[in-house]
Design a protein around this ligand. Sequence first.
Ligand code: NAD
Length: 448
Amino acid sequence: MTPSDSTSESIAPDSRLSVPPAAGSSRTVVKDYDFFKVVQDYLDRAARTTNLEGFVRTILSQPKNELIINFPVRMDNGEVRLFKGYRVQHNNLLGPFKGGMRFHPSVTLDDVKALAAMMTWKCALMRVPFGGGKGGIKFDPHGVSKTELQRITRRFTHSLGENIGPEYDIPAPDVGTNSQTMAWMMDTYSNMVGAGNKQSVKGVVTGKPVASGGTLGRAKATGQGAVFCIVEWAKEKGFDLEGSTMLVQGFGNVGSHLAVILSRLGVSTTAVGDHTGYMLNPEGFNAHKLQDWVEAHGSISGYPGGKPITREEFFKTKADIFAPCALENQIGEVEARSIDAKLVVEGANGPCNPAGEKILLDRGIDILPDVLANSGGVTVSYYEWVQNKRSESWTEEEVDAKLERAMTRAYKEVADYTRQNKVDRRIAAYALALQRIEAVYKEREIFP
Ligand code: NAD
């Protein structure tokens, strides 16, 4: 394992945006945002709420392993380029490390640490027998050819070697990766374990294409899980989803499936945005068509069914539901004051920064926090892993029904904890996760 180098990769969050803020606009998403510190602060608050044993807090304050790999890849023009890849393994008390692989120019070690820790809480909250991990490569996947993308993926998987495995650490898709990436990773890994073991290592990654050992229902699982939470929220608040409106920031895997599934419940998406810009359609976008467009063109740019708007106008657009489904640190003070919605549902990990979150809550806007709202992805990844182990193929109805039970139960547990302990939903979700982890540490104690 390479030791942590938390300062070497810092990138100003603004450089994540390929769309510069409009002239004269102000954004308060924090510069030099310390995502890992934010997640640690939530951990501290939840630990105080639940009187967590000091030694458990100490263990959970840092990841178990942090791996940094610089690896060479020959590009199509013959040049050799060096890439920086990360894998952070936060905790494996409850099961193998589990978490996505992000391909994005802004990937840093500290962000991956934050995301890995959140996977630990997510799995514990959902009672999924996995721990937390996350990884990524710092580069723009849109800026390389498909053959280069395949070589980058395969070389990184090979470099990870035995640091991943179906019983040890199981990657999945995240920003900039998809089922194709997972197929290449699985194929590479299976070629490293010897002919006799090839079939038994399909579960080294989840989110695979169905024909290659993936599960039905995984592609839409994160959006579907968020929908099950929104439905529970609507029941709790007596809110009628039919005829309501939503804004979606990030129209990739999570955002597009959320919009498509909610459209079947009568929710129309009236504004969308991604790394190329923002668009409005007061009549509501056809979510299916927009999803197909993004699939074919790589972004919402050029879609004929909407009028271009600025980022500021997007955040000011009135709607019932606001769904950030892109990156962390997107809702700061200015954005939180602009948002005119009843509910913010965090499809992305960490989209609200703490200042933005406080303003939303003070304004009475409900937040369904990431560790709950987007945990459908890892939950169905677990179903995929179980099917791989048993050589089974479940129907989409079976997968959806299990996911609905899991999400509904978690939603209710978080709602109950919130009411009983007078904390917000995020701290409630963290606290429930911590209680489950603490119980196991107390039983097993510390080796030796
Ligand atoms: P994706 O790559 O499929 O989509 C990401 C979307 O965000 C794209 O539409 C992209 O254009 C947009 N985007 C990127 N940078 C942006 C910027 N600066 N401003 C506005 N939009 C921007 O990724 P995804 O899998 O949908 O993941 C989105 C979020 O959901 C991430 O925070 C990820 O960690 C989280 N998440 C994903 C899953 C999953 O199963 N894929 C599960 C849980 C959480």
